[in-house]
Design a protein around this ligand. Sequence first.
Ligand SMILES: N[C@@H](CCC(=O)N[C@@H](CS)C(=O)NCC(=O)O)C(=O)O
Length: 338
Amino acid sequence: MRGAPARWSRNKASCDCIKSCLSRLLGVESPRPLRSRSPGVSKPGTCQDLWHRRPEKQAGPTGVEPETLYLGAPQSCHSCCPEPAVRRVPAAATMGLELYLDMLSQPCRAVSIFAKKNGIPFKLCTTEVFKGQHPSKEFFQINSLRRVPTLKDGDFILTESSAILIYLSSKYQTADHWYPSDLRARARVHEYLGWHADCIRGTFGVPLWTQVMAPLIGVHVPEEKVQRNKTFMDLALQQLEEKFLGDRAFVAGQQVSLADLMALEELLQPVAVGCDLFEGRPRLAAWRERVEAFLGSDLLQETRGPILNILEQAVNKKVPTPPPEVHPCMLLRISRIP
Ligand SMILES: N[C@@H](CCC(=O)N[C@@H](CS)C(=O)NCC(=O)O)C(=O)O
């Protein structure tokens, strides 16, 4: 039996329904939040935060600052919800998981949201691409491809967001809907992820590059390319809507899966810079609402904060200028805009 946790985090992704059911059952107010966050040192590839579900504050690596405490989110909201579906992860399974992430990056947000939504404890090692933290020597030793997201689980290092999500869902035995055990349902998730890598991944990041990133290093992307990319986005959205979503609730079936997470964070990238892809696409808009309702607005806001503020930051000239060592990979990315 999965009992109610002794104490709850200020569970950003918690569902009100569970809280109110518990309150009614226990005759008390919603469980008290517990979460504290150390200020974190902004050092390239340095683990700043530790997400885990220890019940009490503990000293951080320095022995002085408490590490971030996070007791993990309930996995799902059942309409009757007699008790929250919080999994208990054996302590041994939680040791040493590190995620190297940059929240401006779509696949990184998908990984972060997945881990937090499922109460998977991890050290957040913030690695900010546009501050040039990924070409650092320290990060090269972790991932010679110099890309985020990167997972380090003890001596096991894994790159590629979809591989990371599959690894986490299998290792932590998350609810089946994320990565279904049924062969055909699972194949649908892979079918989407394959198409996503081909048709979504390189296209939907372009508006951010043309509007914010390229100008930071003095590059202007010709309008012709911007328009061509818009045509590719429109086509991909039509295919997403017709082929993948169809008359289903989610892109790979009737339940939310890794595919939805990957898709939605990618589509959010243009939205963040003012291209509202969901306008005039009611089916996609309804899908977005379903996924976001499932994930919970607090978790999403917390994760998406940096990307949703990026335009304002750029207008106010607050986006840091990328250091010269990052320019070659930025130029390479810009040159790939068809
Ligand atoms: N296919 C990879 C893409 C990873 C990726 O492109 N990461 C970008 C940030 S969104 C990055 O690290 N870029 C740095 C670079 O390529 O130099 C995945 O899904 O994990």
